[in-house]
Design a protein around this ligand. Sequence first.
Ligand SMILES: *Cc1c(COP(=O)(O)O)cnc(C)c1O
Length: 401
Amino acid sequence: MGCVMRREFWLSAAEADQLAARQETPFLVASVDRVEENYRFLRRHLPHAGVYYAIKANPEPAVLRRMAALGTHFDVASAGEMEMLAREGVTGDRMIYANTVKDFRGLRMARNIGLHRMTFDAVSEIGKMADYVPGADVLVRICVKNNKALVDLNTKFGAAPEDALPLLRQARDAGLHPVGICFHVGSQSLSAAAYGEALLLARALFDQAEREGLHLTDLDIGGGFPVPDAEGLSVDVAGMLEAIDRQIARLFPDLAVWCEPGRFIPGTAANLLTTVIGVRQLPSGTRMVTLDDGLYGALSGILFDHWQYPMRFLSERGGKNQVLTTLVGPSCDGIDVVARDILAPELMVGDHVLFGNIGAYASVSETRFNGFSMAPTLIWEEQEEARQMADEPAIQKKQYR
Ligand SMILES: *Cc1c(COP(=O)(O)O)cnc(C)c1O
């Protein structure tokens, strides 16, 4: 199934202007229709796996509501995430508590909302789970290898495969209900190979469990599915998902199989609109341009998520004259550099810079450092006016030389 690229969400210059005329930048604009399209894309190419959306990637209420309406299940890691879902009417039986080390507030909340499915990777977790949610369905998380992921999750998480069955038996002895095995190959994984290896490893463990009289029913292959076009990388995501799906169908016809996509669902669904608030010509010849958001704000993913977002310069002067530009954020910290020595039109104070593919792991790690307020998220489908008026004449923007 060739290289199917999903269209990214991009505001037009006119739409960005319309929004900025009514809401001060910086702000994010997320499209819940695009979120839905991404979800449907995943279901289409990975039909053998049910979905737990890992809400840490983007827990905007409108995103949760759309996903809930689509009938998905959810991956949560804390009491706070359970509360966010409960507020949208999602019940505990549609959640998996997929944090291998759970705090007591989270365990209490899990019990209160009827969440009874959890993952773990160590003995110290068994007594806690059994105490708070007796009889809970538990999956043991195993450690898998993957050097082709942007974010490695297997140095911090996952039991050695040889410890998996002893852990499940101990869980059973403590009154829990061992149901299966889970793993996470790492975030923004760029090949199906890591999933393939992990699936083979899991199959061997399921077979061994069966031989030893431990009947397991569930496999959870975690998240890690890549957002295409990051840093110009073109991954054949459809092909990758289909390769994983074929292997699931072949190896696990007998099991309930789940996945936990985070990044994939909202990744391409949002833009960040910023405004140039300062310009300075450096002796080196580089133009230093200060934006009203940066690494301590919605662009925190550059730091935490090792991400570079595609940019569009909505410059009045157009893109004819490209100059060497370093983009920085508004904070008083030298680390707050958004992009160094790139080519951009000669930006002026008042120009807008738009960032794309910023729907996952971005707004969630914003801080209030230096007293800057956090960029709110507008839902595109709720911005009727801007959508309709985008065809009208351009709004006169204030500019300073
Ligand atoms: C973060 C996380 C996910 C989502 O990962 P993505 O790489 O964003 O798809 C899924 N499962 C668990 C347990 C996680 O911690």
